[in-house]
Design a protein around this ligand. Structure first.
Ligand code: ZN
Length: 349
């Protein structure tokens, strides 16, 4: 006998099984007396299954994830979703309006979780998101980009020692899966404390759209939902597995000056290879930055004007070069990434 699935509650709203709805969560308003709210798209499948949240713009200027969620929500296969998908395209609504990573109180939302009802503006926003979205979920995928003037190779960051998270993080099939600890106060860390595993997708740069990063992201979320049996399996060959990186490090500027980068995202580097050269504006004094070990360039600064100590090149340690090369070919050609389930629409150029 078919069991009728209960309605799903977000905030003060109920969403009936087999329906979808956009819920607005009230946030502290603007000082102009204008109201502010966070939109949560709820797709509550007819059949039982896990509850997964997908969030973007926790850092208000990181917009690739907003587009990833827009495309995800237009995926026709969601009509057959088992379980429940909670999609929040803009978590940090204040930062998004200001085109800023931060909140108007200059705090970083991703260092303010789990937050509290009586704390700072950032803390209150974090609290609403934890209470009304994260708390009811079994898994989360948090979509980010590099900070302003920086760029990230599409990558998943997760604690791969977590036996629940590891296969799901791998299923996302980003070119790179980086094992990393969650920073204190981050969404990932606060969610782990209440036993909701979260993986972070990092791809591209702030305030820019990047079509490949978006396509890898949409496909990745769909791959994870498939592994959880929330969506039917693909009829196509499976995505290539990620290269797993157990560690990474940033190479910092040994002096201030003007950087001439000599490596691009996704470049495979050998220990001692030159990543870039910093010179003074007259070109008299030059110093080279070298790869600390064999690996792949997974993040870098784009702005050539650098201060001593600035993080310039993020090198992931790996020797899985053939696996990476297959992914990186797709990254440079841009072929064959988008899942065929998506509505065809012109790519962002
Ligand atoms: Zn971010």
């Amino acid at each position: 006998m078919a069991r009728h699935r209960q309605a799903f509650r977000v905030g003060r709203s109920d969403v009936a099984a087999g329906t979808r709805s956009t819920i607005t969560l009230e946030l502290p308003g603007l000082y102009t007396n204008d109201p502010v709210s966070m939109s949560v798209h709820v797709i509550h499948g007819k059949l039982d299954g896990p509850v997964v949240f997908v969030s973007a713009a926790v850092h208000g200027d990181e917009i690739n994830g907003v587009e990833i969620i827009r495309r995800l929500l237009r995926t026709p296969a969601l009509k057959r979703l088992r379980g429940t998908l909670l999609a929040v395209p803009i978590v940090n609504v204040f930062g998004f309006h200001n085109r800023s990573r931060y909140l108007p109180d200059r705090r970083d939302l991703n260092r303010s979780f789990p937050g509290s009802e009586s704390g700072s503006l950032a803390s209150r926003l974090g609290h609403v998101f934890m209470a009304d979205v994260v708390n009811g979920a079994d898994l989360g995928i948090d979509l980010h980009t590099a900070a302003i003037h920086r760029d990230n190779l599409p990558q998943i960051r997760a604690d791969i020692t977590d036996p629940i998270l590891q296969p799901l993080a791998k299923a996302f099939s980003a070119p790179v899966l980086l094992h990393s600890a969650a920073p204190p106060g981050s969404l990932r860390s606060a969610a782990a404390d209440i036993d909701v595993p979260v993986m972070v997708y990092e791809a591209g740069e702030a305030l820019r759209f990047d079509e490949l990063c978006i396509q890898f992201g949409v496909r990745g979320v769909i791959n994870v939902l498939r592994l959880l049996d929330m969506l039917p399996p693909s009829r196509r060959r499976p995505s290539k597995p990620s290269a797993v990186l157990r560690s990474s490090s940033w190479q910092r500027a040994p002096r201030s000056g003007i950087l001439r980068a000599q490596t691009r995202l996704g470049d495979l580097v050998g220990k001692g290879d030159t990543l870039g050269v910093i010179a003074d504006p007259n070109g008299d004094a030059e110093v080279a930055l070298e790869a600390p070990y064999d690996g792949v360039l997974i993040g870098r600064a784009n702005l050539p004007l650098v201060f001593e100590g600035e993080a310039l090149f993020h090198v992931g340690r790996t020797r899985q070069t053939s696996l990476l090369e297959q992914h990186l070919d797709a990254f440079s050609d841009g072929n064959d990434i988008a899942p065929p389930e998506l509505i065809e629409e012109p790519p962002i150029a």
